[in-house]
Design a protein around this ligand. Sequence first.
Ligand SMILES: [Zn+2]
Length: 346
Amino acid sequence: MVDEGQNTDYTQFLDPVGTKRVGVVYVDFPDTAGAGDVSDYYNLLSPAADWMWNASYGRTWLDMRSVLNRWVRMPAGSGSYGFANLTYEQHTRYVTDALRAAANAGAGLAGYDTFYIVSTAHSQVSRSAAWFWNPSRPIVVNGTTIRSTVTFGTDMWHWGFKVADHETTHLFGGPDLYAFTGDQFQYTGGWDLMGHISGRGPEYFAWEGWKFGWIGDDQVVCVFQSGTQNTAALNGVEYGGGPKLLVVRTGQTSAYVAEARRKAFNDDTACSTGVLIYKVDTAVASGQGPIRVVRNPSAAPPQAGCGALDMATWQPGQTFYDPATRVEFRVQSADAYNSTVNAIKW
Ligand SMILES: [Zn+2]
């Protein structure tokens, strides 16, 4: 299961750090011939590599290579795979059919860390999704064990390349941060593209950067015990180096986190800047709010295109306090790159 825990099982998931060799396969169907040149699809998705390079502070590179520079014909119609309400079995059948078809068409599948299977436009593959192997029932195609893939549907033309970053993050073990029921953006607004692919502040939460091995333990400042405190000059998550998270533990699986956000690089369209405070619970499932941004009642009113959570950053002089967990964050000062925050566990 994908979650916000810091001990990801990399026999199940893809280790994010390093160069990931991504084999790209383009599929069409007996009922939907390939529309246009496959290079148009590659060109739509490939900026995901630079985006993730920046998000990972240069620790992850998606080396995307087309396994064949043409359409591979699937054995069944695009509607037969059930993408409207996809089950794991249906998804497994789709992945297996696509990679077998590619192998039969002459593609070599050895040497890739993962695959992107890209559907032609106008197919009934309506949405993009991540697929992971079941180690007890592996799929083997021409001697290659398939451990993970992202299958791209027609929604890629709506989302653009960031859908590749979002779905690849699932391969790394990252959960969905948007809500599966109710207001989709109730937990994290437009922060982190696992919460909203087209959000205004799509950079990952620092907690996730830590989970993925992009932020080191030496960049995490913690408060564990009641009656203790700690202070950190938090460097904006958009920049490399420096302390990135101030974590106050609140239980076996939960913590409050403060991080700094700046309108720069992957966040150049952010609605607000300052300190973002959120609650993490590693026991909460994908789509149920494993990360929940704290609202700031003193925040500036939302500008057009921004919601309350997008504006919920905290400014110097402002204090957050949660009486239930006796956690307090005080923002002491800020400059262009850093916000200094004091955390107390009363
Ligand atoms: Zn997702």
